[in-house]
Design a protein around this ligand. Structure first.
Ligand SMILES: [Zn+2]
Length: 263
């Protein structure tokens, strides 16, 4: 079976093998075993199974079951389709790419059999990651990276495709328009923003001077390639959106390793 996807994690095995986890074009993940995947050896083969790389590969289903009861296919042939040139040479850029992949790893659903149609609804996730990495690499090349803006664009599209993007137009409690409330607070437990009136009736103390709603609204309508059109995104806006994702998917923030590299 021929598949195409972005490597989002590698786990070394034995001396030169590895298990690679992919985000497939359909937006689901799959783990595959790669004999000799670590590269090196007599011919000093380069390692193409690196996180962030886009590969096309032929999957061979293994006959024997895995210890866990899952069967892990192995890669027979593979072709490198795309590789970032600049990300690994820049500490911030690298950390950002790691965060993208870690968030995907913790959220995307595993690939189920060969029923592609049933999974195409998740296909947007692949575009979010591939665009995120491509434009990150491009702005490192141009030396004009504003990583906070890239992260905001990634998060807005990521949450959209996961189906949990908070509705930025209406108050989650009363449904009134939030158009004039740029700093309407995001209430994690409600999955949406609150108007000033409803805020006065809830106990929770929330930050009320963060332009999160206005920026999110703009980011959702901005393409990755137009990231320069966004105003400088405050770090706290991204932090709040990551907290929101954690709440929605029951991820503990201290367990997101690459978060600590950025904030
Ligand atoms: Zn309200």
């Amino acid at each position: 079976m021929a598949l195409e996807g972005i490597v989002i994690q590698i786990i070394p095995q034995k001396e030169r093998d590895l298990i690679a986890r992919f985000l497939l074009r359909e937006g689901t993940t799959i783990s595959v075993y790669v004999f000799g995947g670590m590269g090196g050896g007599k011919n000093s083969k380069p390692r193409v199974f690196e996180p962030g790389n886009l590969l096309k590969f032929e999957l061979r289903r293994s006959q024997s079951g895995h210890a866990s009861g899952e069967t892990l296919g192995s890669v027979s042939e593979h072709t490198l389709m795309w590789q970032a040139k600049n990300i690994r040479h820049d500490a911030k850029g690298f950390a950002l790419a790691c965060l993208y992949m870690e968030m995907i790893l913790k959220t995307a659903l595993p690939h189920q059999g060969e029923d592609i149609n049933a999974q195409s609804e998740h296909g947007g996730l692949f575009n979010v990651l591939s665009n995120g990495l491509f434009y990150l690499d491009q702005s490192l090349e141009k030396k004009n990276l504003i990583w906070e803006n890239h992260l905001l664009l990634f998060l807005s599209k990521f949450l959209l495709h996961l189906g949990v993007l908070p509705d930025e137009s209406e108050c989650v409690y009363c449904g009134s328009s939030l158009e004039l409330e740029a700093c309407a607070p995001l209430i994690l437990e409600q999955g949406g923003f609150t108007c000033e009136n409803c805020l006065s009736q809830i106990e929770e103390s929330v930050e009320t001077n963060l332009p999160l709603r206005a920026l999110l609204s703009q980011a959702v309508r901005t393409k990755f390639q137009e990231w320069e059109k966004l105003p400088q995104t405050p770090q706290t806006v991204n932090v709040r959106l990551i907290q929101f994702w954690c709440y929605q998917f029951q991820v503990r923030l201290p367990e997101v390793m690459s978060y600590k590299l950025l904030f």
